[in-house]
Design a protein around this ligand. Structure first.
Ligand code: GDP
Length: 613
């Protein structure tokens, strides 16, 4: 611990930044990673690039070699000891690199295909990066696909561009402008990295080709410069441990292991560790710390190298008992001699309990299931901004019990009786049960797709509900009688609209006060069966359209007695929509968005007038 303490807290002794690659499918994320790693193959292990668990480590020597074309005068300073690049591109590893809701990824590469511009997953990655406040650069990949491009393998980008024909340069500039515009539409300033005067304000665009290697030196140099200039505070060694579980994996002969990224501090064989588990905190002891055997050592039987201790930043596999229920995305804590184990248990579980707070207190909402803590967190954030209530959360494959839980919503809010399954498999039995019960399961590995499918389904259900409810809905109106064309069976009146709108189907009434007792009597006239203005038949008449009056035909239902103009009511009476408690509830639950403020006010007035509680 002493040597750690000495090393800690100095800007001259930085740890390696951690870098993730994100972007839309097929933009070249994997190919770019391969290209960066290629030194490994060409130069053996001279550069010292090492394959770790879930990550590749680039020591500064390898970075220097990779960026030599940009540093011919050797003026570039290197303060970081290296760069740790996470091997699995995409949102999963990014979202799992987390600690207390913030990201352990120090810098990200967002890959955009220069021929396609911003795509759906680009936008999703962008949102994740913003939510976690992670600095990033944009690799504008596949520049070699610009028509007529002449490659300079592994070249520095600007030199390569200078050699292109004028028409090629023009097309490149054109595509860059389009990308800048598309980013601007997302509220983001972006600029070619070598024209970027303000790294805090503008995102840097680095043109690359993962095939020819052009621009790759620029990209690596930019990562180094940005991390050492702008975030040296975050790269200082801490004596405190910072470690997160990227994957939970069963390995033959080793049982369930966890692949972790140690972003700060030191881990030792024998350490007592605490991680978040599906059924509560897991406390166990590190049996082995493993990284892969270097390529040239393949003749050695074991495929792993054992370590007595490892130091940040690196990716390492931990072998320990009782890890079956460990959750990817969980933090890992070490129980030190002065630590209270109970506190640490609570702390690791707080990651999951915090997410429980996203669950709607009323118990009304959709169920949500994701593969890891990180992806669950990202999905919940999204649902929160989209104002979709959540009633239950879970991690891992969808089983029958998850379907049963979602089923409690069938009676309360049918449109919410569903499970949004993000990147998780659905068990066959669960699928069958869901089908039987009418629980919708939405599965996707892109948040947007889940959201789109859910909103479409929601709209469909609401529409069906509205169709069913429409006969029960009563739209408010207040009318003045200006003529009577037929006194009874049917009653036909000429009216002026004082307030509200007239619709075919609306039941009408008048209110009489008994002259002796003063008691209110509501006289039901029947429903509007047709509306006419100047002999033209209408379904709906607004106040402004009414002009010289509307002819209203009113027919009573079989169970109502026929009323007569001149006997039960006359032109001195105002005529109202016959609203009721039920009709008001129907408007509220199915037509809320269609009722204007004035209409609500009128409903309120009618409620008083008709003595509705
Ligand atoms: P990922 O889904 O983002 O990991 O994309 P991949 O790395 O698998 O690449 C998708 C496809 O694009 C593959 O066929 C690659 O060979 C191709 N590709 C990737 N980068 C480039 C590039 O810079 N130029 C060209 N021409 N093709 C590329």
């Amino acid at each position: 611990a002493r040597e750690d303490a000495l090393a800690a807290g100095s800007k001259d002794n930085l740890r390696s930044p951690i870098c993730c690659i994100l972007g839309h499918v097929d933009t070249g994320k994997t190919k770019l990673l391969d290209k960066i790693r290629q030194t490994n193959v060409q130069e053996g292990e001279a550069g010292g690039i090492t394959q770790q668990i879930g990550a590749t480590y680039f020591p500064v020597e390898a970075i220097k070699m990779k960026t030599a074309v940009l540093n011919q005068d050797e003026k570039q300073e290197f303060k970081v000891p290296g760069l740790l690049i996470i091997d699995t591109p995409g949102h999963e590893s990014f979202t799992n690199l987390r600690s207390r809701g913030s990201s352990l990824c120090n810098i990200a590469i967002l890959v955009v295909d220069i021929m396609h511009g911003l795509e759906q997953q680009t936008l999703e990655s962008l949102r994740l990066l913003r939510d976690r406040k992670t600095p990033f650069i944009v690799a504008l990949n596949k520049i070699d696909r610009i028509y007529g491009w002449e490659a300079t393998p592994d070249g520095a980008f600007q030199e390569s561009l200078a050699k292109q024909k004028r028409s090629v340069q023009r097309e490149f500039e054109d595509r860059v402008q389009k990308t800048i515009l598309a980013f601007a539409e997302q509220g983001l300033n972006s600029v070619l990295y070598y024209e970027n005067k303000n790294f805090a304000r503008n995102v840097s665009l680095v043109p690359t080709s993962a095939i020819t290697g052009e621009g790759v030196p620029d990209m690596i140099m930019l990562l180094v410069n940005l991390t050492q200039q702008r975030m040296s505070d975050r790269l200082m060694y801490l004596s405190e441990l910072e470690c997160t579980v990227l994957e939970v994996k069963v390995v033959e002969g080793l049982g369930t292991t966890i692949d972790v990224v140690l972003s700060n501090g030191v881990l030792r064989e024998g350490d007592k560790i605490v991680v978040c588990g599906l059924n509560g905190p897991i406390v166990t002891q590190v049996r082995a710390l493993l990284t892969p055997q270097p390529l040239r050592e393949l003749r050695i039987k074991s495929s792993y190298v054992h370590h007595k201790q490892v130091k940040a930043a690196l990716g390492v596999k931990i072998v320990a008992p009782d890890l079956d229920k460990a959750i990817a995305g969980s933090r890992l804590l070490v129980v030190g001699p002065d630590d209270d184990e109970d506190n640490l248990r609570d702390e690791v579980m707080s990651d999951l309990t915090t997410l429980m707070n996203a669950v709607d207190k009323s118990g009304r909402g959709v169920c949500v299931q994701a593969s890891t803590l990180g992806s669950l967190e990202a999905l919940l954030d999204f649902l929160k901004t989209s104002k979709i209530p959540v009633s239950g959360i879970n991690i891992g494959p969808v089983h029958k019990k998850d379907v049963m839980r979602a089923a409690t919503m069938l009676e309360r809010a049918r449109e919410l009786a569903c499970i949004l399954c993000f990147d998780v498999p659905v068990d066959k039995d669960a699928e069958r049960l869901a089908e039987e019960m009418g629980i919708r399961l939405f599965t996707a590995d892109i948040i947007y797709h889940l959201f789109d499918a859910f909103t479409a389904y929601n709209a469909e259900i609401l529409e069906a509900k509205r169709r069913d409810a429409a006969p029960m809905a009563v739209w408010p109106c207040r009318l003045k009688i200006i003529a009577c064309f037929c006194k009874r069976d049917p009653i036909i009146l000429g009216v002026d609209i004082l307030d509200g709108t007239l619709r075919v189907g609306t039941p009408l009434c008048v209110v009489k006060n008994d002259p002796t007792t003063g008691a209110k009597e509501i006289i039901e006239l029947g429903k509007i069966t047709s509306l006419e203005i100047n002999h033209k038949s209408m379904e709906l008449v607004k106040k402004a359209q009414a002009g010289g009056g509307v002819a209203v035909k009113i027919e009573h239902a079989v169970y109502q007695s026929a009323k007569m103009f001149g006997r039960h009511f006359d032109e001195k009476d105002e005529v109202y929509s016959r609203v009721s408690r039920q009709s008001i509830d129907v408007l509220k639950s199915s037509f809320k968005a269609d009722v204007s403020n004035e209409e609500w006010l009128l409903i309120k007035a009618l409620k008083t007038r008709l003595d509705i509680q």
